[in-house]
Design a protein around this ligand. Structure first.
Ligand SMILES: N[C@@H](CCC(=O)N[C@@H](CS)C(=O)NCC(=O)O)C(=O)O
Length: 229
């Protein structure tokens, strides 16, 4: 049975930028599962109406329908326990959940200011009104005003990464000597920036940059050529 991953796509349906969708795709690759993807524009929510909620990623696996990147990671881990682990044990899972939460609520707040206008240019024409209206309501200003100082947001992101730097000081991966779901979550977040059109957001002498090159190579089978350096 093939798993299908429904994920957000750009005007060019080969462009996939959504961070939570990246997390699920990377989790599928990590677990060496075969899958196909179904690209979805923001205004094509009818394509996954069966999931009875409006956000992506969604996966289907036979009769199973799972929404939400964290629930998808748990599902894949529980149902494909003989495949490479996303969480080495319960302690690693608890750490990954806390990290996932930190990424979504703390690190990610620096990111829209870096990429929101680039992303607007990448998405389908039929999505632009929906994207502008929903995002301007969320940020309380125009996309153009919000995107006026990307350098400030890049600096904020780099400063926020100090806790990641501490972890990487004496290990190659957030998971230890091999990647786990924490590495996948951070890589998915970085791919959001890189695939939206801002490939350079880390200093080359940053230990996080070295980690980024390492995981890009580890998951290279799904990394767009434009992101590989
Ligand atoms: N907590 C959810 C968040 C999902 C989410 O925010 N998905 C975004 C894409 S990354 C989405 O579907 N946006 C569609 C929209 O804003 O209409 C998860 O981890 O999967």
């Amino acid at each position: 049975m093939t798993i299908t991953l429904f994920e957000l796509a750009g005007a060019d349906r080969n462009i996939r930028f959504a961070p939570h969708c990246w997390k699920s795709k990377l989790a599928l690759v990590h677990k060496q599962l075969s899958y196909k993807t179904e690209p979805v524009w923001f205004t094509e929510k009818d394509k996954f109406a069966f999931a009875e909620q409006p956000l992506l990623p969604v996966i289907t696996d036979g009769e199973q329908i799972i929404s939400d990147s964290w629930k998808i990671a748990e599902y894949l881990e529980d149902n494909y326990a003989d495949k490479p682990r996303l969480f080495a044990n319960e302690e690693a899972k608890a750490k990954a959940e806390a990290f996932h939460q930190w990424l979504s609520t703390v690190l990610s707040k620096h990111i829209p200011g870096i990429l929101i206008l680039d992303l607007y240019n990448v998405i389908a024409d039929q999505d632009k009104d929906y994207f502008r209206t929903s995002r301007e309501e969320r940020i309380g200003t125009t996309l153009e005003a919000f995107a006026a100082t990307p350098e400030k947001h890049i600096k904020g992101l780099q400063a926020e990464l100090s806790t990641v730097r501490e972890l990487l000081a004496d290990q190659d991966y957030l998971g230890g000597d091999k990647p786990d779901y924490r590495d996948i979550c951070l890589l998915g977040t970085f791919l959001w920036i890189a695939t939206s059109g801002t490939p350079e957001f880390l200093e080359k002498d940053d230990i996080v940059y070295s980690w980024y090159q390492r995981v890009l190579n580890d998951y290279s089978e799904v990394i767009p050529k434009s992101v590989m350096v």
